[in-house]
Design a protein. Structure first.
Length: 160
């Protein structure tokens, strides 16, 4: 698996030189190398590359990345119809936890879930995508006016 001279020079300018003994390729969804100018995933193989986190498949699946609710909420708020939003972690047997978004529309508006999902897909890394978006009339508030995320984690559903 070798990169063409053109692609190698471009890659070096973007993210640095490939170390000796390391194999790097850009492949499609089937694992076949792509031609110059095609979109693909960067794959790396070498003695310094780990296969995953020891006995932690959920961390491996997420690349060891933390998911911050504010990152997802920032994107959700770009939808004009959204008045309130909160993202919480829901337990998942396979991944440990997955993001779920709760949204409430602005007065007189209706949230178009397809548009909101499209916006999320266009602006968030795949591991940050909410696995579910629940639409409520209003998000619950505590005595201080803050959204009690713990209460949302156990919320049964929405209006959608």
């Amino acid at each position: 698996m070798n990169l063409s001279a053109h692609l190698l020079a471009r890659a070096a300018a973007q993210f640095g030189r490939v170390l000796d003994g390391i194999e790097l390729a850009i492949v499609d969804a089937s694992g076949r190398e792509v031609s110059d100018g095609e979109i693909g995933e960067i794959t790396v193989r070498g003695p310094n590359v780990m296969a995953g986190y020891y006995e932690a498949p959920a961390d491996t699946a997420h690349g060891g990345q933390n998911i911050y609710p504010a990152d997802i909420e920032e994107i959700v708020f770009t939808c004009e119809a959204v008045d309130e939003a909160a993202v919480v972690a829901h337990k998942d047997a396979e991944l440990g936890a997955v993001p779920v978004a709760f949204v409430a529309p602005k007065l007189g508006n209706r949230i178009a879930l397809a548009e909101l999902l499209e916006c999320c897909h266009a602006n968030l890394a795949p591991f940050k995508l909410p696995v579910e978006i629940k639409v409520l009339h209003r998000l619950p508030k505590g005595p201080t006016g803050k959204i009690p995320r713990r209460e949302l984690r156990d919320h049964p559903g929405g209006l959608a």
